[in-house]
Design a protein around this ligand. Structure first.
Ligand code: BDP
Length: 702
């Protein structure tokens, strides 16, 4: 293999634009020698530059601008403003500002490839879409694509603090260099915007949901304005996490009560100030009355009162509020699973039109597997934003290879049954099921200052997959993985198939070695690194593991049936009946919904204990196989990336084994049964695993 011209350190993400094989260059190059495009805006300049750089890299030459048609011309523009594309007016109709078409057709009698849209945003997306065709080696023979995003707000949530610490971040510091902003615009910001635009992300919340009110001061808003300027050509709006008590903390008011006229005036003035600086500001994301954050309930007001306060301030400017439903109270004795639903469903219909309620994919907290959150489908009068975690707080931080595309797909395809069959979570989220104009998806970013952006090469795939699914929630995670592998590594079939295979198995492996069959919330206390099924005591029960697994000498699992906490009844009746029945519940959710004896018969014919042990070992075995697959690919991957992935897989194998050993050692004290034949006992005592400490684990809450 030829040595790459540039170091493959991951910085270029899936936008590497390395030379294509000669046969492909020969097929593509004649069709794109010239470029006909009016470049009269920063967005168009961005699209043109991307195209030139990409074609220079992929094909060895950039297209030359022409003002009349010649054979081999790429034509880019809007039918409204480009007379030569006027014939496409009807074809772009209905595509909105962000949709596009990419088509092979005749223009002025000459064969051409056309990228047409209604607005600049669509031209940027269309350009990246076209480049992806080339990067993944597709034939242009019958090129005729017409696409528009299904979800309106496709947003990254950065959990970044102003001191550059990233909560649950495993890729270095925050990429936002607040100290040097606004004077220094790190070129990395532009590359960030490019990468996001290439997958359709159109919004970014710059700061942590555990927000610092200071972000709303003039000093910081100047910095935010500078970042917004970098993002704008790429169709990305900036949003901020707003701290509910900001009127007191930075406004000098005596209260933050949402019904107080002075508080209302303060937020209106703040919104006016922000829009004076950033006319296309997106709006606010709010975590209120959750995990110690201030909120409207501090004044006896509801979440709707709180959200509407901010919504009214933003409405004149077209901004939105994304109000998080991740709430659970420390005084609340009820199953944590039920609390968000209980708090929010009664307020359905009370939120202003520019409020979206943002709901995590599952009812607990971004676990390796959770059933979909029962709020999806249960608030028909409120647009619900899907919140996924891209950073891998509960799936091995940045060293474990765990492709989350399969997790996202599983949740989006789940059928809520609220309106008969086919009421999928995807159809709730895209607004189609209940007829909402606003819709959104949020991904908690895994981006940091690391050269590879995401802390590992494979974690880039989770950023990529999130963006692609926000654009179209019905895409297949396998197809997305394949695109990503082709662009990130190569189109070589000897590499694509095995690497996609590894990715597709990887998340299930994490489920297996961290606790399968519906077990959840078993990680180490606080830092969340490694196993901690024994975690108990401390400030609150629902921050322990024993609260969730409920292991005793008789059995294990959280009884959420109608006879238990009754969380099942928050799902549509048809589905609730399935979850409620231990013989019908999908086995992967057995212990999520049921407390069953250790010898509960499983579908495999084995008793539960044996099955659980088998799953732990299966998870470790999968990682072992992933390592072997990767090792065999050495010739197909540049040395730099191959070495890092190999080293990380070795870490993952050790840690998978550790999860397995520690968990079995612990649960065996309850099950009091031998391990099934062929499964080795943990090499160390339970006390050993319990004694391990990780005071400097990254990402812990500060
Ligand atoms: C939990 C994280 C915590 C976040 C919280 C949230 O451990 O750091 O602040 O989610 O989403 O999973 O607000």
């Amino acid at each position: 293999m030829l040595a790459p011209a540039r170091a493959e350190d991951g910085y270029d993400l899936w936008l590497r634009y390395r030379p294509l094989p000669a046969a492909q260059v020969a097929a593509y190059a004649p069709e794109m020698q010239h470029l006909r495009m009016d470049v009269d805006s920063p967005a168009r300049a961005a699209a043109r530059d991307e195209l030139s750089n990409a074609l220079q890299g992929l094909l060895g030459s950039a297209p030359q601008p022409v003002d009349r048609m010649r054979p081999g011309t790429l034509v880019i523009g809007t039918p409204a403003s480009s007379p030569w594309l006027a014939g496409l007016a009807a074809d772009v109709d209905g595509l909105g500002d962000e949709g596009f078409l990419v088509r092979r057709m005749r223009v002025d009698g000459q064969p051409a490839i056309v990228i047409a849209a209604n607005a600049d945003a669509g031209l940027v997306y269309g350009t990246f879409r076209f480049l992806r065709l080339l990067q993944t080696g597709q034939s242009l023979e019958a090129l005729d694509l017409r696409e528009a995003p299904r979800v309106k707000l496709r947003v990254l949530n950065h959990w970044d603090d102003l001191n550059r610490y990233v909560e649950r971040g495993y890729s270095g510091q925050s990429i936002w260099d607040w100290h040097r902003l606004p004077g220094w615009l790190d070129p990395r910001y532009t590359d960030y915007a490019r990468a996001n635009a290439s997958i359709g992300i159109n919004g970014t919340v710059l700061n942590n949901v555990n927000a610092n009110a200071r972000i709303l001061t003039p000093q910081y808003l100047e910095k935010v304005r500078a970042l917004a300027g970098v993002m704008r050509p790429y169709g990305i709006r900036v949003y901020l996490s707003a701290r509910f008590s900001a009127p007191m903390e930075i406004g000098g008011l005596a209260t933050s009560d949402p019904l107080d006229p002075e508080v209302q005036r303060w937020w209106k003035a703040k919104a006016d100030e922000i829009y004076g600086l950033i006319p296309d500001f997106g709006g606010f994301l709010v975590k209120a009355n959750s995990e110690g954050q201030p909120g409207p309930q501090d004044y006896g007001r509801s979440h709707a009162d709180g959200a509407n306060l901010l919504a009214d301030a933003l409405a004149p400017h077209g901004g939105v509020v994304m109000w998080r439903a991740f709430v659970y109270s420390e005084e609340e004795p009820d199953d944590r699973h039920k609390q968000a639903y209980n708090e929010f469903v009664p307020h359905d219909g009370e939120f202003r039109d520019n409020v979206l309620v943002q709901v995590k994919n599952g009812a607990i907290d971004f676990q390796p597997r959770e059933p979909f959150h029962p709020l999806f489908g249960a608030m028909p009068r409120t647009p619900l934003v899907m919140e996924f975690q891209i950073t891998k707080e509960y799936l091995g931080f940045s060293t474990h290879l765990a492709y989350k595309g399969t997790l996202y797909e599983e949740v989006l395809r789940a059928d809520t049954r609220v309106d008969g069959e086919g009421s999928t979570v995807a159809n709730v989220v895209d607004g189609s099921l209940h007829g909402h104009v606003l819709s959104g998806m949020a991904g908690v970013a895994n981006i940091g200052s690391d050269r590879s952006w995401s802390g590992s090469h494979f974690d880039q795939a989770n950023w990529y997959a999130y963006g692609r699914l926000a654009w179209d929630p019905d895409l297949s995670s396998r197809a997305i993985a394949e695109e990503w592998v082709r662009m990130t590594f190569s189109n070589d079939p000897a590499l694509v198939a095995p690497v996609v295979g590894m990715m597709m198995d990887s998340r299930e492996a994490v489920v297996d070695y961290t606790g399968a069959l519906g077990l959840h919330h078993l990680m180490g206390r606080g830092h969340h690194y490694g196993p901690g099924p024994w975690v108990d005591g401390g400030p609150r029960a629902d921050w322990t593991s024993v609260y969730y697994h409920r292991a005793t000498g008789e059995g294990i699992g959280f009884d959420r049936t109608t006879g238990g906490s009754d969380a099942v009844s928050q799902y549509a009746p048809e589905l609730a009946a399935v979850f409620d029945d231990p013989t019908r519940v999908p086995e992967e959710f057995l212990l999520w919904f049921h407390h069953v004896p250790w010898d509960h018969p499983m579908r495999s014919g084995q008793p539960l204990w044996d099955e659980l042990v088998m799953r732990y070992d299966r998870g470790v075995d999968t990682v072992r196989r992933m390592r072997a697959t990767w090792d065999a690919l050495q010739e197909h991957v540049d040395g730099e990336r191959h070495r890092q992935v190999a080293a990380f897989l070795a870490i993952q194998e050790n840690e998978a084994q550790w999860w397995r050993d520690a968990s079995i050692a612990y649960f065996q004290t309850f099950a009091r049964r031998p391990l099934p034949a062929g499964h080795a006992p943990p090499p160390r005592s339970l006390e050993y695993y319990q004694s391990l400490e990780f005071p400097h684990a990254p990402g812990d809450t500060q």
